[in-house]
Design a protein around this ligand. Structure first.
Ligand code: SF4
Ligand code: FES
Length: 252
């Protein structure tokens, strides 16, 4: 069995949205390198509970890199030090024994802190609600598959659809821009024949909602792509801009 490790954690604690927060120090002791980052936080929370304290609130759900809920800023990077890895798929073997680890929530005006490391990312839900779907009934699987789609287009749509809505792109961006997320969702549907009839309405509504939620603009820094756990490309943003301009010029 591999040797265990000890860490000092500096975790952002904030009791509610209306209170100010601060970094508090905790010890994570005898942690196996095979422990995931969230399991390590579970262990720390158990010891906080045993001593009568308030456990650290953090978001998680699937713990399989699928749902996009785990949203931690670790040592200054969304989802921690590894590329294309969600926090729940990050293991303590990537943190040397004795390291001081800083754990903070996403920081963006449109993602206000609810408690500790939990932020309100319902802005993404509202953007999806105004157009991130196909409103016609496409029927059962047999009907839906009756429209043949070339592999190249299917691959492009799938690459965009790989976005899990985690918000790391917003957290990584100096402008807190949501354009990588929104563009992935717009393109995923615009590329496919089932999504084409609502292309114009969709891109106009989703961009308008993105702006209304208070996200910043894209200035082509590329931090979003670098920190995205699913490798969503910034080419999606360029495609969405073309989609948006075509919609406003009535070309779609
Ligand atoms: S584009 Fe990437 S970083 Fe942004 S929400 Fe989607 S998966 Fe997360
Ligand atoms: S908990 Fe679902 S992606 Fe991490």
């Amino acid at each position: 069995m591999s040797a265990t490790r000890n860490y000092t954690l500096r975790i952002w604690r904030q009791s509610s949205a209306n209170q100010s927060g601060s970094l508090q120090e905790y010890k994570a002791s005898n942690i196996s390198p095979d422990t995931s980052f969230l399991e390590m936080l579970d262990i720390v929370n158990e010891s906080i509970l045993k001593s009568g304290g308030d456990p650290v609130a953090f978001d998680h759900d699937c713990r399989e890199g699928i749902c996009g809920m785990c949203s931690l800023y670790i040592n200054g990077r969304p989802h921690g030090p590894l590329q294309k890895t969600t926090t729940c798929q990050l293991f303590m073997r990537n943190f040397p024994d004795g390291e001081v680890i800083y754990i903070e929530p996403w920081r963006a005006k449109a993602f206000p802190v609810i408690k500790d490391l939990v932020t309100d990312r319902s802005a993404f839900d509202r953007i999806m609600a105004v157009g991130g779907f196909v409103s016609v009934n496409t029927g059962a699987a047999v009907d839906a598959n009756a429209i043949l789609i070339g592999k190249e287009l299917a691959d492009q749509a799938f690459d965009s659809a790989a976005c899990i809505g985690c918000g790391a792109c917003v957290a990584a961006c100096k402008n807190a821009s949501a354009m990588l997320f929104v563009s992935a969702k717009v393109n995923q549907l615009a590329i496919l024949p089932q999504g084409a009839p609502e292309r114009r309405k969709r891109v106009e509504a989703m961009v308008a909602q993105m702006d209304a939620e208070g996200f910043g603009n894209c200035t082509n820094t590329g931090a979003c792509e670098a920190e995205c756990p699913k490798g969503i490309s910034v080419t999606n943003i360029a495609k969405m801009n073309r989609e948006f301009i075509s919609a406003t010029l009535d070309l779609l």
